[in-house]
Design a protein around this ligand. Structure first.
Ligand SMILES: N[C@@H](CCC(=O)N[C@@H](CS)C(=O)NCC(=O)O)C(=O)O
Length: 229
């Protein structure tokens, strides 16, 4: 008799503290509340694992997250882009209540996640962490100005977010949504951009404290081995 364990429903390729932390949190919540099985697969960017042929075979862009799953016909598919992965997981597991059916509530989530992934991540945080990606290799003198503009972009966004959190328990109101999972990532990145997030954005810090008090969120942070503050 075979003792092989059933393959998990999902494999999430992630790197500690990267934007893949958000789907990692959502998968852990789904595992806890609805028995969804998944395997987190570490692809540590700091070690260059995202540029190795094994990973490029999964995501030729060399980015995390990537999600492996089987479609209705049993064929394995790879999905990339954090926004797409989050919305896919919520839609595939509607019983978890992460995908509102009301069209306005649903599109507000897409709106927020799109802003985080584009303005805040790519034109904000990324220009601070990786200014060399926004100019030619020889133009080192430009790095400081690019990073400084990135800090202005993220500060403008965090100020907007801080104001919107007045009187709210979670990013979009009284209930946890996909956006909250991604905000843990952005709060942590803010600290790593040299911003004192707890001091400058106290409502954002309080939200992240509430999120970290959720056991599934705490478990993922511990598993990734990261500091949020
Ligand atoms: N738009 C993509 C961005 C993915 C992305 O840039 N991921 C980063 C980590 S947060 C990465 O893999 N970086 C590795 C690299 O740029 O070499 C998403 O939201 O999934």
């Amino acid at each position: 008799m075979s003792t092989a364990a059933a393959a998990p429903l999902y494999r999430l390729f992630h790197s500690p503290g990267a934007c893949s932390l958000a789907p990692h949190i959502v998968l852990e919540l789904l595992a806890e509340t609805h028995g969804v099985s998944y395997e987190p697969v570490r692809v540590v960017i700091a070690d260059g694992a995202n540029r190795k042929p094994e990973y490029l075979a999964i995501n030729p862009r060399g980015r995390v997250p990537a999600l492996a799953f089987r479609d209705a016909g049993g064929t394995e598919q790879i999905l990339t882009e954090s926004t797409a992965i989050l919305l896919f997981l919520a839609g595939r597991h509607p019983e978890a209540g992460l995908a509102p059916t009301d069209p306005v509530a649903a599109i507000r989530i897409v709106e927020f996640l799109s802003w985080l992934a584009t303005t805040m991540h790519q034109t904000g945080v990324r220009t601070v962490f990786r200014p060399e990606r926004f100019t030619t290799g020889t133009d080192k003198a430009a790095h400081e100005g690019i990073a400084e503009q990135g800090r202005i972009t993220v500060r403008t966004g965090y100020a907007e977010l801080e104001a919107s959190l007045a009187g709210r328990r979670y990013a979009l109101g009284e209930t946890f949504s996909l956006v909250d999972a991604m905000l843990v990532v952005h709060y942590r990145w803010g600290n790593r951009c040299g911003i004192d997030m707890r001091h400058d954005y106290p409502r954002f810090a309080a939200l992240v404290d509430r999120l970290r008090a959720i056991p599934a969120v705490a478990r993922v942070i511990a598993r990734e081995g990261i500091q949020v503050d």
